[in-house]
Design a protein around this ligand. Sequence first.
Ligand SMILES: Cc1ncc(COP(=O)(O)O)c(C=O)c1O
Length: 390
Amino acid sequence: MRRVYMDANATTPLLPEVVEAMRPFWIDHFGNASSIHLDGQRARAAVDHARETLAAFFHCREAEVVFNSGGTEGDNTAIFGLLRPGDHLVTTAIEHAAVLQPAQRIAERGIEVTFVPPLPSGLVAPQAIRGALRPHTRLLSVILANNETGVLQPVEEIGAIAREAGAYFHIDAVQGAGKVPIDVRRYGCHLLSISAHKLHGPKGVGALYVRRGTPLDPLMVGGSHERRRRAGTENVPGIVGLATAIEIAQHSLEDGAMQRLAVLRDRLEAGLLQIPGSGLNGASITGEPVPRVANTTNLWFDHVEGEALVIALDLKGVAVSGGSACHSGATEPSHVLMAMGLSKNRAQSSLRFSLLKAATEADVDYVLQVVPEAVERLRQISPVATAAPG
Ligand SMILES: Cc1ncc(COP(=O)(O)O)c(C=O)c1O
């Protein structure tokens, strides 16, 4: 059966070039980058080269790049590494769990936290961030591209607010990197996290930009790796894979891959919106489009259980994600969609389609063929699965 993978925001496959770049560092050049002999020097040279690539990608100095295990670690490091009792954190209600959970944890430790809600469009208004500031606000942490809706947040304006307030600014750019150009100087941020597996690199490796002079306590202590900001023997093949994936992502950005993808995504979206009782999440109610990454669309299909639709589509060879997350065995509606003001029913009848860069017209055609059928069938067999949504 044909398989169409439209869950790129969950993860992406490694590109063959990335596998080839990594291969020697598992076997022939297996040295520890901290060793002084030739084997170690080879590994060190590869890490240094990867750091140059990341610095060019972020628009920062090489010394400001810290390799780590991915987005969750970067986000945790920013929150736990900067905040102390008595401080105040401003973040948003639509962050990934990798920010929300640390924020909730520090709130239990005497740090005040404000979760700024988004507008119904999924956009966080800079004025709302400004309104949440307190004299003791030490950190603002805002997602660049939301993983569920793809909505891009106005990080440059938020960066200017952080600067005026004298607060540090962290950006979770895990879903933005590779889809929009990254520029830490333009954003005015002190910290920015990315993860390799969202851009055709390996899982379990990422990087954190740390602006020079940012007083960040490391999460991991031990050896003096990464200028004492992240202890642990460097994952040399992973770091090489991350840098190779970044180089390729940068080229595709420059070659207009995202413009091509947006055309495909828009065609998919328009086709899916033909289904009666459907609608778009992450769109302006005034009709003004909100900025979004090119590969993501999130839609609701009334009177359909999203999870049932995910399974029905999987059986037809289409991989997508639902608008709910499984927490301790119970299906909870997405906190992002709920924060945007959707009813529980509508959040639970939502689906995220996130296209790979390599998506084709034929993929979109196939999805447009199977989704209406699956929605129709589910509505017939379980017409009261979701009550009339509000
Ligand atoms: C916005 C965002 N932040 C952080 C993460 C966590 O990244 P990782 O899987 O590398 O730990 C993800 C992963 O889904 C994400 O989408």
